[in-house]
Design a protein around this ligand. Structure first.
Ligand SMILES: Cc1cc2nc3c(=O)[nH]c(=O)nc-3n(C[C@H](O)[C@H](O)[C@H](O)COP(=O)(O)OP(=O)(O)OC[C@H]3O[C@@H](n4cnc5c(N)ncnc54)[C@H](O)[C@@H]3O)c2cc1C
Length: 409
């Protein structure tokens, strides 16, 4: 078995798929090493284990909206592609989604997965409460009044197996997507907050080539006015894929047509393979106030990055209070790289990390990075407390794997 990008061979002793809470609890109780796995879309070893992998895709498919609380109780192993149409059919929406709907809710929340938007926090901030199966097999309800809540939501699979979440929802809304092509870097750098604030959710795609331009993908909410041009550039008249050489059929509609939130917020449609497939991703989170300076240092590496890259995506994420969130207490710019799947990328990733170190970059937990525990503890200020909490909850280290050992010890 491998992960989605086929750069990780899983070495599970067993692959378990419980069909009920009682079965899940018994599996956790009776195994010494066990680790949750969602849809295996992470690009590193985070979902691997030398013990038993446990996957919740066969659990009861709970989706229960509570209109009075504006919340939904949802089975943690469902994907956003399974949840979103049900919410929509009942008149509800999540405030944001990632670039693809194919990923599991628990896997995404556990790694701090995000979409874009100056005012939008990561998807983990949709969590009101979570029900976790602890290392003893007990079911534990954790809500925002629990001091451990902020630690365990972006929990890297270490706090236990999340069985269900209660997520915030809001009345359904529509999005219109429009692309403004060929916006020069220097215009973006000089007006970063303004340009990235053009719409509810904005992404800038560039390849760092000598053209020094990028395409701005804007997702407007119903009440927002679509400008005729941005940075002097008019709306696109043809359909785009984030990677210029790839057929855009797999992408959601882009000519300003109104569509349900879940059919516009992701770049990719559920029924197609997202992105390119033959790829490795990395992503680094920087304080948004440092965006222009950080983008300048990456620009200087353009010659080495460009030949190995499919595309870079820049997004914004609003600050939050979740201890291991990439946007913990900082309004953030996310600098993402979709790399070609060749060995030469690893030394370039290291160069990118070196260049971003003065900005105290934080890596995306589900993507490739080389930073060690010492560095990570300097940029995630609550890391020490997180480690102590996890040790208290799971003294026999049932849920850890070699990846979490590397980043925590
Ligand atoms: C094409 C592509 C596009 C992507 N786009 C984005 C994007 O737009 N934004 C972004 O931020 N990321 C993006 N990612 C990264 C992706 O969101 C993360 O890797 C995410 O973790 C994938 O979810 P998953 O279900 O596959 O998790 P997995 O890789 O299966 O697992 C990730 C972690 O979640 C834990 N976990 C899973 N289920 C549970 C559970 N029930 N209880 C406790 N822990 C659990 C695992 O133990 C592991 O630690 C993208 C990835 C791909 C392949």
């Amino acid at each position: 078995m491998q992960n989605w990008s086929k750069n990780v061979d899983f070495n599970d002793r067993d692959f378990l798929q419980p069909g009920s809470l009682a079965e899940l609890q018994e599996m956790v109780r009776s195994n010494q090493k066990i680790r949750a796995r969602g849809t295996a879309h992470s690009f590193n070893e985070i979902a691997n284990t030398s013990g038993c992998a446990i996957n919740l895709a066969k659990m009861p498919r709970v989706i229960e909206v509570n209109s009075n609380k504006s919340s939904v109780r949802v089975a943690a192993g469902l994907t956003y592609g399974e949840l979103a149409p049900v919410l929509q059919s009942q008149g509800w929406a999540l405030n944001n989604l990632a670039s693809l709907p194919h990923i599991s809710i628990a896997g995404s929340i556990s790694t701090g997965t995000h979409g874009s938007g100056i005012k939008n926090q990561s998807l983990a901030n949709q969590v009101i409460s979570l029900d976790i199966v602890t290392c003893e097999g007990e079911l534990r309800h954790i809500d925002r009044t629990n001091p451990a809540f902020s630690a365990l939501v972006v929990g890297l699979g270490l706090g236990g197996i999340v069985y269900q979440y209660e997520l915030k929802v809001e009345p359904t809304f529509e999005i219109r997507q429009v692309i403004y092509p060929q916006i020069p870097f220097d215009i973006l750098h000089r007006n970063f907050d303004e340009i990235m604030g053009t719409a509810y959710s904005v992404s800038y795609f560039t390849d760092w080539s000598s053209d020094q331009v990028g395409n701005l993908w804007c997702k407007f909410r119903d009440n927002e006015v679509i400008p005729k041009s941005v940075g002097g550039n008019s709306k696109a008249e043809s359909k785009y894929h984030p990677i210029p050489s790839v057929d855009p059929t797999a992408c959601t509609d882009q000519f300003g047509e109104s569509g349900d939130w879940h059919q516009r917020l992701p770049h990719f449609r559920l029924e197609f393979t997202p992105s390119v497939g033959e790829e490795i991703q990395t992503e680094f989170f920087i304080d948004r106030k440092d965006a222009a300076a950080a983008l300048d240092v990456i620009s200087k590496l353009g010659d080495v990055i460009y030949p190995l890259l499919w595309i870079t995506e820049l997004r914004t994420i609003a600050a939050d209070e979740l201890w291991l969130s990439g946007a913990y207490q900082r309004d953030t710019v996310a600098i993402h790289f979709t790399w070609k799947k060749v060995d030469a990328i690893y030394s370039v990733i290291q160069k990118v990390e070196d260049a971003l170190r003065p900005f105290n970059y934080r890596p995306h937990w589900g993507k490739v990075f080389t930073a060690d525990a010492k560095y990570l503890s300097t940029v995630y200020p609550r890391m020490g407390e997180f480690k102590a909490l996890i040790l208290a909850l799971d003294p026999s280290k049932k849920f850890e794997n070699s990846f979490t050992r590397r980043i925590l010890s």
